[in-house]
Design a protein around this ligand. Structure first.
Ligand code: NOJ
Length: 577
């Protein structure tokens, strides 16, 4: 009886509280969550800051810069893998999921870094790499040692006496072949990435349990979320049927979201995600909108947010169309308008630099376009992911010879293209623009030697433009890209409409301008970006009355008779009345 009375009082109090609140918008998005409001800063630890003079960034470097990270106004950090690894793919080949890579420091450093973040109100999202492990992981060493080893089924093996298995494409293999013959047991193992990244066999419940335990280990330490690397590839048909010839051109259609994948995620949800206050996101969002939706539909209890590549992928050496960018972002937004939640990003460690790809790194336009792109990312619906250095407008380094690259994808891609007789001149030009190493050069802290990143020669050269583009210089300039970024994060926190508001594209066909309205309860905004190097005329649509300008990457905004003259890459957020 007493319990029932307490329960009824609690319900009455909850109802009273709810009634006191203004009624939110209808959509499921009005359900507030910290991970929807988060502003994520992605750190590539190898390139952030080196404190022990080996030319490689480390956890103590992150600890030293926690105040800087906090000053950005970001509320969470996604850290690329920091586990023990032989570094065939810079940590995406894990040899021990419960240890810290020697290059990066110790578990004590990790604990200190985590509490330092938490003291500053910053959450930590770990990268969980479990589509594959390193071939130097104990599981693989055991698995490879004999056919009847208890770990044999942790990976995908094909006995060679049955002949060569059906072709599978590998993204990082120099021959593009995902089956590697291993003499020891006269069998092939599967590796969608490099030969040193054998794929784990997710149809084995023991593998699934191991991974849950790993995530619990980190959740118990207090981490706040997980990004599941390449996870959409984890489920495989272990009869390895033949795929049609040329399938590798659309390999995602054959590799992603195979039977079982959603169940594996549901298992993680039951065992881990539902038991801790952690957010979850997987790299890739399936083959179509429906699959993306299913991954993050709250009712299905799998993941929290989708991380889809369609937008980030369009900017190539050959350029990209603004109309395409608008179409993709609008399409994804409308598909998630009622349910589910998106990640918003235009850069990460697998891409070249944001400003070089989507804006312009020419001196006349770099600053304006970097500010515009940051405004775009921080004003769309979805959780924004901001990649380290983009708050400064860091640019592509643009290597010219293959010897300069460190990335296995570039090096083996080059060997493969050469073997196939491709036009290598074109290949190198394209690589120079698109390569992942462009996005991995050391953080530019100041104009000193090695940009203040390290005392020693860095593992990847610093960009020469660190003399001009660096934190120290931008701290001094109130109009810098860095300070503009800080103003944007502040705005996003002050205006819930930027997080939860509905999105509606405005003047969709405009060839230079990407404009949209956001609306949430009584807050309404108009956001206008000129994505071009030329002035753009933009007529204010009828029935729109504008109020205050909340942020502008130029000192003023030219307008005559309801027609804006937007300067190159001008980007403005205005209140709609
Ligand atoms: C995706 C990661 O983002 C990338 O950096 C890595 O090379 C592959 N997965 C393999 O783990």
């Amino acid at each position: 009886m007493k319990k029932l009375a307490l329960y009824l009082i609690a319900i009455a109090m909850m109802t009273a509280c709810n009634n006191a609140e203004p009624q939110p918008d209808e959509s499921a998005h009005s359900e507030k969550k910290w991970w929807k409001e988060a502003i994520i800063y992605q750190i590539y630890p190898r390139s952030f800051k080196d404190t022990n003079g080996d030319g490689i960034g480390d956890l103590r470097g992150i600890i030293e810069e926690l105040d800087y990270i906090q000053s950005l106004g970001v509320t969470a950090v996604w850290l690329n893998p920091i586990y023990s690894s032989p570094n065939d793919d810079n940590g995406y080949d894990v040899s021990d999921y419960r240890n810290i890579m020697d290059d990066f420091g110790t578990m004590e450093d990790f604990d200190q870094m985590l509490s330092g973040m938490h003291e500053r109100g910053i959450k930590l999202i770990m990268d969980i790499v479990v589509n594959h492990s390193s071939d130097e992981h104990e599981w693989f060493k055991q698995s490879r040692s004999s056919r009847d080893n208890p770990y044999r089924d942790y990976y995908h093996w094909w006995p060679a006496e049955k002949g060569k298995p059906n072709y599978r494409y590998s993204l990082f293999d120099e021959r593009g072949d995902a089956w590697k013959y291993d003499t020891l047991t006269n069998a092939y193992y599967l590796h969608y990435f490099s030969q040193k990244q054998p794929d784990l066999n997710w149809s084995n419940p023991k593998v699934r349990q191991e991974v849950n335990e790993i995530m619990k280990y980190w959740a118990e330490k207090g981490v706040d979320g997980f990004r599941l690397d390449a996870f959409q590839f984890a489920a495989k048909d272990t009869t390895y049927p033949a795929f049609p010839e040329g399938f590798e051109k659309n390999f995602i259609d054959y590799y992603a979201m195979q039977d079982g994948l959603n169940d594996y995620l549901r298992g993680m949800y039951d065992e881990v995600f539902s038991k801790y206050d952690v957010m979850s996101v997987a790299e890739g969002a399936g083959r179509n909108l429906q699959e993306a939706h299913e991954l993050v539909d709250e009712d299905r209890q799998e993941l929290n947010m989708a991380y889809a590549f369609e937008g980030v992928d369009i900017a190539k050496y050959e350029g990209y169309e603004l109309s395409k960018l608008k179409e993709i972002f609008s399409k994804w937004d409308s598909a998630f308008a009622e349910k589910g939640w998106l990640s918003i990003f235009l850069a990460n460690h697998d891409q070249a630099r944001l400003v070089s790809r989507f804006g312009s790194d020419e001196p006349a336009f770099r600053e304006a376009s970097a500010k515009m792109l940051n405004t775009f990312i921080l004003s769309m619906r979805g959780t924004p992911y901001c990649y380290y250095g983009d708050e400064l407008g860091m640019t592509n380094i643009g290597f010219t010879s293959i010897e300069q690259y460190k990335d296995i994808a570039a090096i083996n891609g080059y060997k493969k293209a050469k073997a196939e007789g491709k036009d290598m001149d074109y290949f190198l030009k394209k690589l120079s623009f698109e390569s992942r190493d462009n996005g991995r050069t050391p953080m530019q802290w100041n104009g000193d030697k090695n940009a203040g990143f390290s005392e020693a020669d860095p593992w990847l050269p610093v960009n020469n433009n660190h003399l001009e583009i660096n934190v120290e210089a931008q701290e001094r300039d109130p109009e810098s890209i860095l300070n503009h970024f800080r103003n944007l994060t502040k705005l996003r926190k002050e205006w819930p409409v930027l997080v939860y508001g509905q999105y509606e594209i405005v003047e969709k066909e405009h060839p230079q301008v990407y404009a949209y309205a956001r609306k949430y309860n009584d807050q309404q905004l108009l956001i206008v970006h000129n994505f071009s190097k030329e002035e753009a005329k933009f007529a204010l649509p009828e029935n729109i009355n504008l109020g205050e300008i909340l942020i502008n990457n130029y000192p003023d905004l030219k307008m005559e008779k309801d027609i804006f003259s937007l300067r190159p890459y001008q980007s403005v957020i205005m209140v709609k009345e």
